[in-house]
Design a binder for this molecule. Sequence first.
Ligand SMILES: [Zn+2]
Ligand SMILES: [Zn+2]
Length: 396
Amino acid sequence: MAETNFKAEAESLREELLARRRDLHMYPELGFEEHRTAGIVAEELRKLGLEVQTGVAKTGVVGILEGDTDGPTVLLRADMDALPIQEENDLPYRSTIPGRMHACGHDAHVTIALGVAKVMAQHRSKLAGRIKFVFQPGEEGLGGALAMIDAGVLEDPAPSVTLGLHVWAGLPVGTVGVADGAIMSGSSIFKLTIQGKGGHAAMPYTTIDPVACAGQLINALHMIVGRKMDAMAGAVVLSVTSVRTSSEAYNIIPQQVEIRGTFRTFNAFTSEMLEQHIRSVSLSVCAAGGCEVDIFVKHLTIPTVNDPEVAKRMRKAISSVVAVECQDDTYRTMASEDVSYMMDDIPGMYFLVGAGNKAKGITYGHHHPRFQIDEDVLPLGVALLSSAAADYVLKE
Ligand SMILES: [Zn+2]
Ligand SMILES: [Zn+2]
């Protein structure tokens, strides 16, 4: 394997990778609507001679690159969906779809995974085992990974390892996040519907004001992390992100206020504690205000956990692509990823591949209307994932 120069092979695809990513960037599709993207993926995989299955969990695509001899199955996962954001970048390849944007970099993930398929297809005769390319729909809070698992992507053949990457604005291009253990948080959402008794804004004493109650509750919710959670229990964040009332008038106290938000933790116990606090704080604050509250909590993802053994092996495997000095083995983020569910079943490694570049003004974060990536991350990502997969299936 040492003989194979994945860096050079990936670099030879640079123009093709840039063109592919820019095309995908121009036509972003939301989760479970990735019809054009899935079509492109399936066509390319078939062209490379992979066995392709489409319509997996609606718009997902699975391609299997089968080696000449038997061996382990590597699951390589890429997500395909864009976000409901209006792009504000002034680029020749900016999004052509109003209100839709690849603001998380999943266009790069599709491009990189297709690049890996091309590189590894060229080594097919030396493959012992297979690579199962999983192109997943609906990662952005829509449950795409679980839908793919339900559709059977972890079976027949069952993978021995899960590999994947996220291009990462928070790291400079050329740096790769390769930490052990939980590297991305588990994410949950909550919706608190406060029920009061509406009425005339001039006579609040005749009402039970859910707006006043919501104000108290938002403060109380934001107090939970700092005042009720053990600081040693791992990183925790809680954010209220939306407040809506049932009336928009200036002179009406509404019947109802709905508060939405998210919380993130690095382990199930902390998540459970936080949920209990949200419930008890909501009930007591609303009771004090004379309101009723309906509490809805949903756990969207569990933390993304890199298996220490796999991570150790992978750091070694990629050291021909990224020097050890550029491998950041401590970087973690409060962002979340539903690849966590695949990695919960099949141990694996999820790389965070630096895509920021201050010198080029590429500084906006994920989910921002001016999010961008340094496209050098495309060949780098291909080299990285090719070497990682090769470590399991390429014999030389
Ligand atoms: Zn995202
Ligand atoms: Zn993402």
